[in-house]
Design a protein around this ligand. Structure first.
Ligand code: NAP
Length: 460
């Protein structure tokens, strides 16, 4: 299917774009390879000029970028502005720190000297999702461009205008043609890109299904890949939790970005002692949300990204109820134009119900009661995913102990402050492998080369 920009607030088609031809794709890959041959030799300061300028342009035009995103995928305008600013911060962070992160590291062999040096590897292919149309791109563009790599990027089918705007941003910032190229391509063409010998690595953020397909293709080609996939993060409320803090974070953690965040709180695992109180307050807060046009600052709930996403989520809720879950609230589409879903709470979800293992990518709460801390941890770990999770308790040391026992790539104690430019982000199990952001994100696609020197006598 071609790329289509549809406003999910009213279902109106804004613009559509054909896939590139194979000849155009070849041109784009050739330009990327040509660009790499000079970009890789630039000094960090020269690359930083471009990346810093892109950051400044994002900060200078927050509203323009944000409005486009709100139009294309329905993110509430205030959240969209926050994402644009954060994307600028990520670019600026790597412009500032890349050289230090990739500086030679000296080793201490018994004989002679040795160091590890880092060099760029080439054209990196990125496949990105629509839920953070700019932040996801900044997460790869900042570190990879600063490392001396160049990018060809397939963005999601529903956000072509954001994809084009980000490519233009980098060109406006002075990036040479080929440093960052947006590709409007099909899956079959994506496979060709992965197979192409000029492409040296593959980074995907998206669903498990997409990860399996793209990682397998990269594996066939013996190319390094990173996979940032889905999640079903536990929100563990211990018996001594401060509900005044936990409940507002529960609402934010589930409903931010319309509930369409990989590391959103999805499974609420609450100890019996506070379960009734927590549930009553959480439900009341969800009932108080005001769905409406995401462009309107007064709306506190926007639409889902697409009609297809809504239809899939409604079917998942139906299957959960058929499988024996209780629908405590919601479960239906909201009676108004656009792809809006009622905030929904499911309880009594038993193992064997598809809802026990699946990811709900929208405003659906899975609620579980447990009798002990150990039971909470066991339930949190009984998941195919391992992205993030959180623990709520007045005793921070206890929270950290519980966090250490949950099998995920990220844990948060008494907050859900997920992402910071300086903090590595990523998961384990079906949530993928590799890390983006922080000092780790820039190491994924560089050659870490050992150089050993000094006169060492040949063994006799
Ligand atoms: P998706 O369907 O997997 O799409 C993500 C990207 O992959 C899109 O660009 C999509 O293109 C592309 N794609 C899918 N299958 C492909 C294939 N076989 N070959 C090449 N490209 C392919 O994911 P989604 O449902 O839109 O996004 C939500 C998922 O992403 C959730 O599971 C969420 O948890 C996850 N996510 C993870 C993170 C993280 O950092 N761990 C962050 C954000 C989101 P089309 O749009 O053209 O189909």
């Amino acid at each position: 299917m071609a790329y289509q920009s549809i406003n999910p607030n009213d279902g109106k088609l804004l613009q559509s774009f054909e896939h590139m031809s194979n000849a155009q794709l070849e041109q784009a890959l050739a330009a990327a390879e040509t660009c790499f041959q000079t970009w890789k030799h630039k000094r960090y300061a020269e690359r930083a000029l471009v990346v810093k300028k892109a950051a400044a342009l994002l900060h200078a035009h927050v509203d323009d970028f944000a409005r486009l995103e709100t139009l294309e995928m329905g993110k509430r305008i205030a959240e969209a502005r926050g994402e644009v600013r954060f994307s600028g911060d990520i670019l600026a962070y790597y412009a500032q720190h890349a050289e230090a992160f990739l500086a030679p590291a000296h080793l201490h062999p018994k004989v002679g000297q040795a160091h590890m040096e880092s060099s760029p590897t080439g054209v990196i292919f990125c496949v990105e999702p629509w839920n953070f149309p700019y932040y996801q791109l900044a997460r790869v563009a900042g570190p990879q461009l600063m490392a001396g790599n160049v990018l060809v990027v397939k963005h999601a089918g529903c956000v072509p205008q954001c994809a084009i705007a980000f490519e233009k941003l980098l060109l406006d910032a002075g990036a040479p043609v080929g440093a960052y190229t947006n590709l409007l391509i099909s899956y079959e063409q994506a496979d060709r890109v992965i197979d192409d010998p000029r492409v040296k690595g593959v980074a995907l953020t998206g669903s498990v299904a997409a990860g399996r397909s793209v990682a397998a293709r990269a594996g066939q080609n013996l190319k390094k890949s990173t996979m940032e996939l889905g999640g079903s993060d536990a929100f563990i409320v211990l018996d001594d939790a401060d509900l005044d803090k936990a409940v507002p974070w529960a609402v934010w953690g589930r409903m931010y970005n319309g509930g369409q965040t990989c590391c959103a709180a999805k499974r609420f695992i609450v100890m019996e002692a506070v379960a009734d109180k927590f549930l009553a307050r959480f439900k009341a807060a969800l009932e108080a949300l005001k769905p409406g046009d995401p462009m309107d600052e007064k709306s506190t709930q926007g639409p889902l990204s697409t009609e297809a996403a809504l239809v899939q989520l409604l079917a998942q809720v139906d299957a959960a109820v058929k499988g024996g879950a209780t629908l405590l609230m919601g479960g239906k589409r909201i009676d108004r134009p656009g792809s809006f879903m009622q905030p929904t709470i499911l309880t009594d979800i038993q193992p064997g119900n598809p809802a026990f293992r699946d990811e709900f990518f929208g405003p659906v709460v899975s609620f579980f009661r447990v009798r002990s801390e150990d039971e909470a941890i066991a339930l949190a770990n009984d998941s195919d995913f391992g992205l993030g999770g959180s623990v709520w308790t007045k005793d921070e040391a206890r929270g950290k102990r519980v966090a250490s026992r949950v099998d995920t790539g990220m844990m948060f104690v008494n907050n859900l402050d997920w992402a910071d430019a300086e903090l590595p982000f990523g998961g384990i199990k079906n949530s993928g492998y590799g890390r983006e952001l922080g000092h780790m994100g820039i190491q994924e696609f560089v050659n870490k080369k050992l150089v050993r020197s000094g006169p060492v006598a040949a063994p006799v």
